[in-house]
Design a protein around this ligand. Structure first.
Ligand code: ZN
Length: 151
């Protein structure tokens, strides 16, 4: 049983302003990036902006912009802080990338990505809120309709 703690960390990455209840999905997406590093999760913390938010802290590991933009699919409001020696070294907001590769399954059971088990690619459409178009079957989905791949 891992102990829950949301204390300050000496070195590492803090992912803040994750929508409440999404921290576990964020970790799924980042799985492998922080393998073996201590991870703390705070869930459903009060937030003036969002009502409830989650926080993820990864000790001794600095995530890259590319790593972190992968989580934009489920946590577009997240902010990233890189901590070095207890001080904020860098801080930025997650940006939704133009293409989302192999993070989510295509919900279309007849899509070639499901029948042939090939990596998925979604183009991000931004007209009137983000939509995700499968490059193979060309169907458009909202973030809620996509199933995040595990592992
Ligand atoms: Zn598809």
């Amino acid at each position: 049983m891992k102990q829950l703690k949301v204390d300050a960390i000496k070195n590492g990455t803090v992912i803040d302003h994750i929508p409440g209840g999404k921290a576990v999905q964020v970790l799924k997406i980042l799985n492998g990036k922080a393998a073996g590093d201590p991870v703390s999760i705070g869930m459903n913390l009060p937030s003036a902006k969002f009502g409830k938010k989650d926080i993820v802290k990864i000790e001794n590991h600095e995530l890259s912009v590319d790593d972190v933009n992968r989580i934009a699919l489920i946590a577009p409001t997240a902010t990233i802080t890189i901590i070095r020696d207890y001080e904020t070294s860098e801080k930025w907001k997650v940006e939704i990338p133009e293409v989302i590769e192999n993070i989510a399954h295509c919900p279309n059971p007849n899509c070639i990505t499901n029948t042939e088990r090939i990596p998925t690619r979604f183009d991000v459409l931004s007209d009137g809120g983000p939509g995700f178009m499968c490059r193979y079957c060309e169907k458009v989905y909202e973030a809620e309709g996509l199933k995040i791949k595990v592992g």
